[in-house]
Design a protein around this ligand. Structure first.
Ligand code: HEM
Length: 572
């Protein structure tokens, strides 16, 4: 009897709590969108898979619509799903949706200091300062372009040293990419074997992976509880501490030989501003914001771009027709025919005695063996569709409707000079491939959490000031109203019928609106220059067949982290 009484009390309290949480958004000055009913303390944890947070959230939107409320523990967050909802909020009401939302795993380290995790006036001042200073140190100018070109050549050299042996590109790519932001922030690049640099990059990698793991997600939902529970998430904070020490050490070094008349880098400029405002108690320029801002630029500028490049390698090997491993072929004797569908019909070429010579990219294939290579190669990598046209009475030419990156590099840039940013406008296919890669991988699938700066009417709801907002960027990239067949990799998403580059407003890997990624321009330059420079010199050879390449992220949380892989690079 006593037991059933206790159970009754517990159940009644539970029901009241659920009712309270569910109605909370409807009362007072706020009216949050409806969503799944939360449990006490757990919130909606049982409806979420912390290993695939983005997909769980997208799945719930099928039931609750494109704008709904989810409870992460006891914290209500408004989820925005699909292009229309994200655009209406982050673009059309850009100011109202420009605060940073709760992000406990970062907050324990930053305490709201630095650009990425501050809000209000402090964020505006720090962001303006960072943009201006980065511009002064060459961002958007030819000096940073030259720097990326040089670093890309260093990477080519390192790749060349592998001599065609298999290797994992993670460390090399990370060093090259990080060196670009190092020049802006620390005024110097690091040698690829520098021990401090390697340790630092290891901490970055480790943190991106851990924060994207289930442990990182659970920490964001239950920070206080997770502080007490053992687990690998504690490593995140140890790594942060070492990063803090490294950055603080560099800053001390700068303080020793700072010349206010001749700042060398971002840190010098910040130190000068600190000195100018040292008597202002309201100044945002102090040591903590310098360390955290440096960390934001360093982390943001390293992990994101290098992970995108690594994923690019994997995708180009998975879909080799994009990289251009299939090139033009021609017959010595005439063959009259016309094919509209590949690959089945193309395999028929193997039986055409007239086809005697073919190239893959710019590589001449063995005279008799090429069609056999095609025969093993095509079924694995080509999506069905009218990819090839075979025509002409005296010449068999098959070409991909979408041009190919290797071919475009050879035609527009050639082999005698390094790729430069001015080439971009003449390389619509490459541009389309790069954007399609960023769309397809949706590197930060949930962006970074936002919050509303004031009580904000949105659709039929009213979000109280400070409400957390999750813009589900991956749902925009996979929105079928914006991209045809979004789950397939298809550069045609960014090409028009004349094969010219076609932009799409639903392309938002850097998140849209007032808080758009501060390094978006730099990242796009780096991705283009690094990738074209590598593809100009090498073809990427997977260690397994394209069909066996698995693009599923190793973990999905803060970021989509690709599975570790090895490959060979062969000189072209
Ligand atoms: C492929 C590369 C990159 C991707 C996909 C990416 C993506 C993003 C995203 C989605 C955000 C969140 C924006 C929001 O608040 O909604 C962000 C913020 C940020 N990113 Fe990037 N990023 C990349 C490269 C970089 C680089 C190279 C830098 C370094 C200069 C950088 C620095 C930052 C900073 C400082 C913020 C915080 C901005 C703020 O809160 O005002 N990112 N990035």
């Amino acid at each position: 009897m006593e037991l059933s009484g206790a159970i009754l009390v517990a159940l009644t309290s539970l029901a009241c709590w659920m009712l309270y949480l569910n109605r909370k958004g409807q009362r007072g000055k706020g009216r949050l969108p409806p969503g799944p009913t939360p449990l006490p303390l757990l919130g909606n944890l049982l409806q979420l898979d912390p290993k695939k947070m983005d997909r769980s959230l997208e799945k719930l939107s099928k039931q609750y619509g494109p704008v709904y409320t989810i409870h992460l523990g006891s914290l209500p967050c408004v989820v925005l799903c699909g292009y229309q909802a994200v655009k209406e909020a982050l673009v059309d009401q850009g100011d109202a949706f420009s605060d940073r939302g709760d992000f406990p795993v970062f907050y324990r380290f930053t305490h709201g200091n630095g650009i990425a995790f501050s809000n209000g006036e402090k964020w505006k001042v720090l962001r303006r300062f960072a943009l201006q200073t980065m511009k002064n140190f060459g961002l958007g100018k030819s000096s940073i372009e030259a720097r990326i070109q040089e670093e890309a050549q260093c990477l080519v050299e390192e790749f060349r040293k592998t001599g065609g042996a298999p290797f994992n590109p993670l460390a090399l790519v990370c060093r090259a990419v990080s060196n670009i932001i190092c020049v802006v922030v620390f005024g110097r690049r690091f040698d690829y074997e520098d021990d401090d640099f390697l340790t630092l990059l290891h901490h970055f990698n480790d943190n991106f992976r851990l924060m994207s793991s289930v442990w990182g997600e659970l920490y964001n939902i239950f920070p206080r509880l997770m502080d007490f529970l053992p687990g690998p998430h504690h490593q995140i904070f140890r790594n942060f501490e070492r990063l803090h020490q490294f950055i603080a050490g560099r800053i001390r070094g700068h303080q020793k030989d700072l010349d206010p008349a001749c700042p060398r880098d971002f840190i010098d400029c910040f130190l000068i501003r600190m000195e100018q405002e040292k008597h202002d108690p309201l100044s945002y320029f102090h040591m903590d914001s310098l360390v955290m801002t440096t960390h934001n630029l360093f982390f943001g500028g390293t992990e994101t771009t290098s992970t995108t490049l690594r994923y690019s390698f994997l995708i180009l090997m998975k879909y080799p027709e994009v990289a251009g491993e299939i090139g033009e072929g021609e017959s010595q004797r005439g063959v009259a025919s016309s094919f509209s569908r590949a690959p089945r019909e193309l395999l028929g070429l193997a039986s055409f005695p007239g086809v005697a010579r073919a190239t893959l990219g710019s590589v001449q294939l063995p005279p008799l063996g090429w069609h056999r290579q095609m025969a093993t190669y095509l079924p694995a990598c080509l999506p069905p569709g009218p990819l090839f046209s075979l025509s002409h009475t005296h010449q068999v030419s098959f070409s991909l409707l979408a041009a190919k990156v290797h071919e475009e590099i050879d035609r527009v840039i050639g082999r005698d000079r390094a790729p430069c940013l001015a080439d971009r406008k003449d390389m619509p296919y490459t541009e389309a491939v790069l954007q399609e890669i960023q769309r397809f991988i949706s590197l930060l699938p949930m962006g970074l959490p936002r919050a509303v700066t004031q009580d904000t009417p949105f659709r039929e709801f009213l979000l109280p000031k400070g409400t957390n907002v999750i813009p589900l960027l991956s749902s925009v990239h996979y929105d079928p109203t914006q991209f045809k067949d979004p789950t397939s990799f298809n550069p045609n998403n960014f090409l028009d019928e004349n094969h010219s580059f076609k932009s799409n407003d639903a392309f938002m890997p850097f998140a849209p609106g007032k808080r758009i990624c501060l390094g978006a321009g730099l990242a796009r330059m780096e991705i283009f220059l690094f990738l074209t420079t590598l593809l100009q010199r090498f073809s990427f050879q997977p260690l397994v067949t394209p069909a066996e390449i698995d693009l599923t992220p190793q973990c999905t949380g803060l970021g989509n982290v690709p599975p570790p892989f090895g490959f060979r690079v062969l000189a072209r």
